[in-house]
Design a protein. Structure first.
Length: 213
């Protein structure tokens, strides 16, 4: 059976796995972004809190995805739960959000305070918009990471295209084993390119020309 025959014969299954993989990535990104913003807002005004948050993120990033998933099995079992926790824990969004918020020009904050804005309004209308480019960069980098981590999550019976990759590699030498691994790999790459293009478009629509320049 040729590669294209293999793809055609499993078209419906591959579509479901691709959709599941992309959906997992999107949902985890939303969760990680919300958590990252909350952590950044809580920490960015304190140098000590910022160092602790950034240091914790950097430490977690040094942990192998396989190792973290293995550690989560006794606590969360197999399936979606360890996948989501591993993916969210490994993303550097909080660090980028802290850097972006801390990098806002203090003079702009003072000017906003001078015209009567309170702390919450300054955060929503001045600091977060100015920190958005750094946050968006963190989201783009994290999405690239999550695509691979979500595939590795097949190790703990996670959803998505990783199952095809692991199955193909486990059956090397048998018929269509390489095709299964290739399909899974390409299935990860294509959604990644689409996500990246969406982030580029989102940046052009939401970041003012003055900040981009």
């Amino acid at each position: 059976m040729s590669f294209w025959d293999y793809v055609s014969s499993r078209r419906e299954q591959l579509w479901i796995e691709t959709w599941t993989h992309a959906s997992t990535v999107l949902q985890c990104m939303v969760i990680a972004t919300l958590i990252g913003i909350v952590v950044a807002i809580a920490a960015y005004r304190s140098a000590l809190a910022s160092r602790i948050a950034i240091g914790t993120t950097a430490t977690i990033l040094t942990i192998s995805s396989f190792a973290l998933l293995g550690l989560l099995i006794p606590l969360l079992g197999l399936g979606v739960a360890p996948t989501v926790v591993a993916v969210v824990a490994l993303l550097p969004i909080a660090r980028n959000a802290i850097v972006g918020l801390a990098g806002v020009d203090p003079q702009l904050v003072d000017a906003a305070r001078g015209i009567g804005m309170n702390r919450a309004v300054i955060l929503l209308r001045v600091e977060l918009p100015l920190a958005w480019p750094a946050l968006l960069t963190g989201i783009r980098v994290s999405t690239r990471m999550i695509m691979g981590i979500a595939a590795i999550a097949a190790y703990v019976s996670g959803p998505g295209l990783g199952n095809g990759i692991f199955t193909g590699l486990a059956r090397l030498g048998s018929e269509n084993a390489i095709d299964a691994a290739w399909v899974g790999t390409l299935g990860v790459v294509v959604p990644l390119l689409l996500f990246d293009a969406a982030y580029v478009l989102l940046g052009r629509l939401t970041v003012s020309g003055g900040i981009r320049d």
